[in-house]
Design a protein around this ligand. Structure first.
Ligand SMILES: Nc1ncnc2c1ncn2[C@@H]1O[C@H](COP(=O)(O)OP(=O)(O)OP(=O)(O)O)[C@@H](O)[C@H]1O
Ligand SMILES: [Mg+2]
Length: 486
């Protein structure tokens, strides 16, 4: 047997690792992770979209000396299996390079420790030309021309990362300046959520200040503390001698949230999508708004959010990915989480129904809900959880908004006074008998036609036994079932 030394070909490997799948916000977050690991208290992000556009990220962390900066620029600078400091947010020895070069072709890193200032650069075009892993070392004169160099020099120690030749961000954009503006808003929102525990300086964490173009990023806590309920004590799961802390929250009813809070939580419709686990690795939000397929994202659990704190020592069990944007709970943890969600989903359901308590018996799915208003009295609303309306959620936004508006119009336009008079005069009102068997049959066929699969059709038909108006037409339902061979 013999071995062959086969190092990767630099131009190809650098070009392919650009496609790991970073978004602008996840790439910037990976750079901020490094600043936090270097104990920075300030991170400044600058977007400069005009002319020789660039993005710069400056921190006042510990900085790097000559040896450290060379190592930092190396792909795979540290082994993922290595034990890391408890507060380190890194794992793969790749983020600085892969995150940066996913967005640009030229990455310059300048770091300062006291009087020592070192500058290094990966330039994809230079690597392509030389065919080597040829890292560029800039001398002081060259480094001085890099934007924000003077800001770095004002710190005792720190690191400046500059992305130039923003080819990926510019690709396909006609008006780069304008679109970058929108992207910056996205980055701000992402950072305010992902690093909220650092930004608010939670107990045990040194507060971190982040500015984007000199404007402070404010933390956004997705659990709305102070307004939410904590339906049970923290649950601690022990695994391999490490602790995983689980803290469930039930958000307040939407009527108790400010417009700003609703917007941050993804809007009225987004609330439903954002329910689930919020997994923090070393207090940095990693994955959120998922039940890891342990349950469906239903309307009734839309207020449930469960904070899960994991340490970096269990990275291999959670199968952390390079971008730090996905992780899956190991089987032992899953079992415990399943028990917790059962309890919590039930509580969330009750909070959701609080605003108007349903007054009609729950054994059938009604078209109308009679609701008890919080301030006394009753009102009627069309049941948005009716299976027919649930389908509307899958429609494009413009169509589902239109339907929602029509429903609201019907609700608010109920001729209640006239109904009252008619009923008092013993008039017979026959709305619920309005369909003939033939009409119901046609309705049913229409609805079934848009179901995606035979399976979906069967599920839908099986549910019909308890759904208005079909519940009143058992013979028609039976006939349709027969047509489908059920
Ligand atoms: N802002 C910074 N301040 C000080 N040192 C830094 C900074 N950014 C990077 N480094 C050093 O460079 C090394 C490489 O960073 P890189 O992000 O590529 O890998 P990592 O953080 O070790 O792991 P991961 O790939 O998971 O991010 C870090 O381990 C750290 O020592
Ligand atoms: Mg890193």
């Amino acid at each position: 047997m013999r071995t062959i030394d086969l190092p990767p070909y630099a131009p190809t490997l650098i070009e392919s690792t650009r496609a790991i799948g970073y978004s602008l916000e996840s790439a910037i977050s990976d750079i901020i992770d490094n600043s936090i690991a270097a104990s920075a208290q300030n991170v400044d992000i600058f977007f400069y979209p005009i002319g020789e556009a660039y993005i710069a990220i400056l921190d006042n962390g510990s900085g790097m000396n000559t040896e450290q900066i060379d190592l930092a620029m190396q792909y795979g600078s540290r082994n993922p299996l290595e034990l890391r400091d408890k507060t380190d947010l890194g794992r793969f020895g790749l983020g600085l390079k892969t995150a940066s070069l996913s967005q640009c072709r030229t990455l310059t890193v300048i770091s300062k420790q006291g009087e020592t200032v070192e500058a290094r650069r990966w330039d994809i075009d230079h690597v392509a030309k030389t065919g080597q892993w040829s890292l560029i070392a800039l001398d002081t004169d060259e480094a001085q021309d890099i934007p924000h160099f003077n800001d770095l020099c004002a710190y005792e120690s720190g690191t400046l990362i500059v992305w130039q030749n923003l080819d990926r961000l510019k690709a396909g954009e006609i008006n780069f300046e304008e679109t970058l503006g929108r992207k910056i808003d996205g980055v701000r929102e992402h950072i305010s959520l992902v690093f909220h525990r650092y930004l608010s300086g939670e107990t045990g964490i040194k507060r971190l200040k982040i500015n984007i173009n000199n404007e402070k990023v404010t933390p956004f806590d997705p659990f709305l503390p102070g307004k939410s309920q904590r339906p049970m004590d923290d649950e601690i799961i022990r695994i391999q001698g490490e602790k995983i802390i689980v803290r469930p929250y039930i958000l307040p009813h939407i009527s108790k949230m400010t417009a700003e809070e609703i917007k941050h939580l993804g809007g009225k419709d987004g609330l439903r999508k954002q329910q689930g686990f919020y997994v923090y690795r070393n207090k940095r939000l990693l994955v959120w708004g998922t039940w890891f397929r342990m349950m469906r994202k239903g309307d009734l659990s839309k207020l449930a959010r469960i904070q899960v704190d994991i340490p970096n020592t269990l990275d291999d069990l959670w199968t952390l990915d390079i971008k730090k944007s996905s992780a899956l709970p190991p089987a032992e943890v899953r079992k415990n989480l399943e028990l917790i969600i059962e309890k919590i989903a039930d509580k969330s359901k009750r909070t959701w129904e609080f605003r108007g308590k349903k007054e009609i018996d729950d054994s059938k799915v009604h078209i109308w809900n009679r609701m008890k208003a919080a301030k006394g009295g009753f009102y009627y609303e069309i049941n948005r959880d009716h299976p027919l309306l649930e389908q509307v959620r899958e429609y494009p936004e413009s169509a589902s908004n239109l339907i929602e508006n029509i429903l609201r119009m019907i609700e608010s336009g109920l001729p209640l006074n006239q109904l009252y008079i008619d009923l008092n005069n013993d008039e017979q009102i026959k709305n619920d008998q309005a369909f003939t068997d033939k009409e119901i049959l046609k309705m049913l066929r229409d609805v079934l036609a848009v179901q995606s699969s035979q399976d979906a059709k069967i599920r839908f038909l099986e549910a019909l036994e308890t759904i208005e108006p079909y519940v009143n037409y058992p013979s028609v339902v039976k006939a349709v079932k027969k047509e489908l061979g059920i």
